[in-house]
Design a protein. Structure first.
Length: 178
């Protein structure tokens, strides 16, 4: 892997590491066996007459209001890092994913605000409404997600638990999500 790509993954790793402080772990994705799963971005609301809401914990946001207000920092950069990686598998597949996502009419995870007006043309680096990530050797029991997206792409990399920085002194091959 090139040094440029490692630096991009390091940026992504540190980004999600910082964002997990504003949200609680997801607890509704099958029985948790180990580790934690988090999400950032938009989700369908459970409040009547609301379409979308942000993943987040009111208490955690309250404790870091200024940082929360600046949460858009690096969002588009992270989106572009992910897009470049998806395009590695082929522009046709990425275009299919982006067209399908656009047809849903939902905000992209890198939109900081949603006022009920969904953009009709997605930006070059928009392709998903939410981004999930796991830590601490996440595992859950086998289950079926009835509302899962058509596509999922996973990357594994080892990161320092205290900083979110990628561990560069370990082999770049990870197996089994460890």
């Amino acid at each position: 892997m090139s040094e440029v790509k490692v630096n991009q993954w390091d940026e992504l790793s540190q980004f999600v590491f910082c964002k997990k402080r504003f949200t609680d772990p997801i607890t509704t994705n099958g029985a948790l066996l180990e580790g934690f799963m988090f999400a950032i971005g938009w989700r369908k609301c459970s409040t009547k007459n609301e379409q979308f809401g942000l993943y987040g914990s009111v208490g955690k946001i309250e404790n870091a209001k200024d940082e929360w207000r600046n949460r858009g920092t690096n969002l588009s950069s992270v989106g572009c890092i992910l897009v470049q990686s998806l395009q590695y598998f082929g522009d046709n597949l990425f275009q299919k994913i982006q067209n399908w996502y656009s047809s849903l009419g939902v905000p992209s995870f890198d939109q900081v605000n949603y006022e009920g007006n969904i953009p009709t043309n997605q930006g070059a680096c928009e392709f998903a409404s939410a981004l999930t990530f796991t830590i601490n050797r996440f595992k859950n029991s086998p289950h079926l997600d009835k509302d899962a997206f058509l596509y999922a792409l996973r990357w594994w990399f080892k990161a320092d638990k205290r900083t979110g920085q990628i561990k560069r002194d370990v082999p770049k091959q990870c197996t089994g999500g460890n």
